[in-house]
Design a binder for this molecule. Structure first.
Ligand code: NAX
Length: 327
């Protein structure tokens, strides 16, 4: 048996946490021979901590052989102590009438503190994934505050958008989703994101050739993927949770699997026209477990370049809004 790894999850008593923790503890994220110690972080209000205790009781009741122990805490210094993976799910939701700038700043403060706590406490090999919105910018803030870890260790999740895009293409072409490949998300996890359909394939044939309906690809397809989160809130009365947890399992699994090519928001070095140092969704190829390289050289036509310019402008605007949180 391997020695256990420590995995921190913030917002552990929230909706996504409720789907996610069971999949980690059952071995779906790190493998069925990898014991885990879960370090669950919630904010110090009675309701959240009490709910977290209930979730921990349910985890106990699953009798997962791989779940070695749990730490429940409100203290980031305790929660991030020696962690190998930090999954930052918790954030402050947008309240009624709240401006986006206010949301960015309120959440930014959380990620300043968490970035510093990870810097001081996490294991040398720690990898961080940010899910809490606005995920790309929160990730940029956390990485900026965490000087000890290389910024490439900090990624944000756009995998749910990739999975959504693959499902929409499969539906349109009347094929199984496993027949869809190479659909990657560029830019922000927001409605401006660009699912680069021209490079996607269905049974190894280019998607534009299989679907043939270019207006649908440029219009309804991009819009449906970009606004899928809002459609789910409208239908369910709550935001995506199980699908988000599932996407995080995919994100981490693929980051641990050399050779996998998948969409991850990472620090831009200028590829595809993104500003340097914003965190942008890009296709990456996993090298060694936890390490990756951005896949460069994909041709972008005028439409794609314009979509990338729009989502890049949004990321740059977000960075300007939180500039005092960047060191
Ligand atoms: P919930 O509101 O159900 O849960 C969030 C939890 O985080 C709450 O229990 C809250 O007490 C806790 N929390 C807040 N601040 C915290 C802090 N500083 N430290 C520790 N815990 C803290 O939200 P949920 O539906 O679970 O969504 C979590 C986040 O994921 C939201 O920001 C949401 O917008 C974001 N999402 C991101 C997605 C992505 O693809 N990147 C997709 C799904 C989701 O919308």
């Amino acid at each position: 048996m391997k020695s256990p790894i420590r995995v921190a999850v913030t917002g552990a008593a929230g909706q996504i946490g409720y789907s996610l923790l069971f999949r980690i503890a059952s071995g779906q994220m790190f493998g069925d021979d990898q014991p885990v110690i879960l370090q669950l972080i919630e904010i110090p209000v009675d309701k959240a901590m009490k709910a977290l205790e209930g979730v921990a009781m349910e985890l106990d009741d699953c009798a997962f052989p791989l779940l070695q122990s749990m730490v429940l805490t409100s203290d980031p210094a305790v929660g991030f102590k020696d962690v190998n993976w930090a999954l930052l799910v918790g954030s402050k939701p947008r309240g009624p009438g709240m401006e986006r700038a206010e949301l960015l700043k309120d959440n930014g403060k959380i990620f300043v503190g968490q970035g510093q706590a990870i810097d001081r406490n996490a294991a040398e090999d720690c990898r961080v994934v940010v899910v809490g919105n606005p995920a790309n910018t929160n990730c940029m803030i956390g990485a900026n505050q965490c000087k000890r870890l290389d910024p490439t260790r900090w990624t944000a999740m756009v995998r749910l958008d990739q999975n959504r895009a693959a499902a929409q293409l499969a539906k349109k072409a009347s094929v199984q989703v496993k027949e869809v490949d190479n659909i990657f998300i560029f830019g922000n996890h927001s409605p401006t994101m660009f699912p680069a359909f021209a490079h996607a394939t269905i049974n190894n044939r280019p998607v534009p050739e299989v679907i043939g309906h270019h207006d649908w690809l440029k219009g309804e397809f991009c819009e449906t993927v970009g606004k899928r989160g809002a459609a789910i809130i409208a239908a369910r009365g709550l935001s995506s949770a199980a699908s988000a947890a599932n996407a995080l399992v995919d994100h981490v699994q693929d980051l641990r699997t050399p050779g996998k090519i998948h969409s991850v928001a990472v620090r831009s070095d200028g590829a595809y026209g993104f500003d340097e140092n914003v965190w942008a969704g890009l296709p990456v190829k996993t090298a060694a477990p936890g390490d990756y390289e951005v896949v460069t050289g994909m041709d972008m036509d005028d439409f794609a370049q314009q979509k990338i310019a729009t989502t890049n402008a949004e990321l740059v605007g977000e960075r300007d809004t939180v500039k005092e949180m960047l060191t």
